[in-house]
Design a protein around this ligand. Structure first.
Ligand SMILES: Cc1cc2nc3c(=O)[nH]c(=O)nc-3n(C[C@H](O)[C@H](O)[C@H](O)COP(=O)(O)OP(=O)(O)OC[C@H]3O[C@@H](n4cnc5c(N)ncnc54)[C@H](O)[C@@H]3O)c2cc1C
Length: 375
């Protein structure tokens, strides 16, 4: 596999790096502290074409490869996990099924979402169905010329600001999962309590309930019972993207720790000169580089349309665990300053926790990697 970035990928990196350094870094602490959706920056990310990176030119996207997408995600997450989570949701899970199955009406929402004018969310998780998605109870009753949707969802990213949802439900005539498009303005859609979180606080998250929501027939995305099959189409990419989020936050924590180790003087020398601290930073660098390279490897498999199911799980598992280790070690290097809210390392430590959950928990990924080994 060729790991040298090509000219387009280098240009994506430069564009997002400049944007993050200039526009995101100065506001990242406030985004987290205010726990408000960063709408202005979100729109600016839209202006950079991020939401359409993985969609074709004909669909209004920029037809970028997965490696380029990961490069942009890493930069966004280096600046603000809150912004990165909100933007990745918009660019992948909230919009993919509209692109894949939407008619003209639904495609107009997709177009608006690519421009950042409408905001989408995906409703899969329920109070009693997290890792075990097949246990969802949200039901769509099939009527002559419409569906009636009822159920309770939770942990819906961007729900408080969303214009539409992609919803996973079971129809009353099929045991398998189906996918629906649901505009939030429809009667019976209730966006509930905002969930106060440990990290990524500016990526707002809510419960959502549906009470006999009347859905036009064209709001079924794909066919009844096709949900699992269609989710599988983007599962690897969701995992690679979550791995890229991990690399972004880990990079920020590593850079902060390295700089601090060079500047902080104790016992007459910079703490980085003490073997204990030097070894810590060397170990962090090894974790960061190996995780980063594996993420690009998995992304490259995806771009070459090679099998990547297991590799995407390894990338997500390894990168998220490394990111959490790196943020923990960075916090130790900064000691009391790693504990102070005036310094960003505590935010990185909190934000990194999300990467252990989204895209499948570490336990679930290990079990599925084991299955891939024939166990
Ligand atoms: C910040 C954030 C944003 C999110 N955004 C969205 C969103 O936009 N849309 C959405 O639908 N969901 C969203 N989620 C939900 C997320 O997808 C779920 O939290 C995730 O699927 C895990 O489900 P759970 O939290 O219910 O944990 P559970 O599935 O209840 O798991 C609890 C623990 O048990 C372990 N466990 C479960 N089953 C097994 C098993 N078979 N073997 C071994 N261990 C097991 C898990 O690994 C975990 O440690 C979000 C979550 C977070 C934290």
């Amino acid at each position: 596999m060729d790991f040298e970035l090509n000219d387009i990928q280098k240009s994506v990196q430069q564009t997002f790096k400049d944007f993050v350094d200039r526009k995101v870094m100065p506001h990242a602490a406030a985004i987290d502290e205010n726990a408000e959706f960063p709408i202005k920056l979100f729109r600016e990310v839209g202006d950079l074409g991020f939401f359409g990176m993985r969609y074709s030119d004909e669909a209004g996207g920029t037809n970028m490869d997965v490696v380029s997408y990961c490069i942009a995600v890493i930069e966004l997450a280096r600046g603000s996990m809150s912004l990165a989570v909100a933007c990745t949701m918009q660019s992948l899970m909230a919009t993919y099924f509209l692109y894949r199955f939407g008619d003209d009406e639904i495609r107009s929402h997709f177009d608006a979402a690519l421009r950042g004018e409408e905001i989408g969310g995906i409703c899969m998780t329920e109070p009693n169905a997290g890792s075990d998605l097949f246990a969802i109870q949200t039901k769509a009753i099939v009527k002559e010329d419409h569906f009636l949707l009822s159920g309770q969802k939770t942990w819906v990213t961007s729900a408080p600001v969303a214009d539409f949802f992609t919803v996973l439900a079971k129809t009353d005539n099929h045991e398998k999962l189906s996918i629906f498009f649901v505009p939030t303005k429809l009667d019976g859609v209730h966006v509930g309590k905002k969930i106060d979180k440990l990290g990524a606080c500016g990526s707002v998250t809510s419960e959502v309930s549906f009470e006999n929501v009347k859905l036009q027939k064209n709001y079924l995305l794909g066919e009844i019972g096709g949900g699992t099959k269609y989710l599988m189409e983007i599962l690897a990419e969701i995992r690679i993207m979550t791995a890229a989020l991990s690399i972004g936050v880990a990079t920020a924590a590593f850079v902060a720790a390295l700089q601090y180790a060079k500047e902080r003087v104790q016992f007459g020398k910079p703490i980085g000169k003490f073997q204990a601290v030097k070894i810590k930073l060397a170990e962090m660098e090894v974790q960061l580089q190996t995780a980063r390279h594996y993420v690009f490897y998995a992304a490259t498999l995806s771009d070459k349309n090679l099998p990547r199911h297991k590799e995407s799980m390894i990338a997500k598992l390894y990168a998220s665990e490394c990111a959490n280790d790196i943020c923990d070690q960075a916090s130790r290097v900064l000691a009391s300053y790693g504990y102070a809210t005036d310094y960003p390392v505590q935010r990185y430590l909190r934000d990194a926790r999300f990467t252990l959950i989204g895209g499948g928990t570490s336990e679930i990924l290990k079990i599925n990697i084991g299955k891939e080994l024939g166990l």
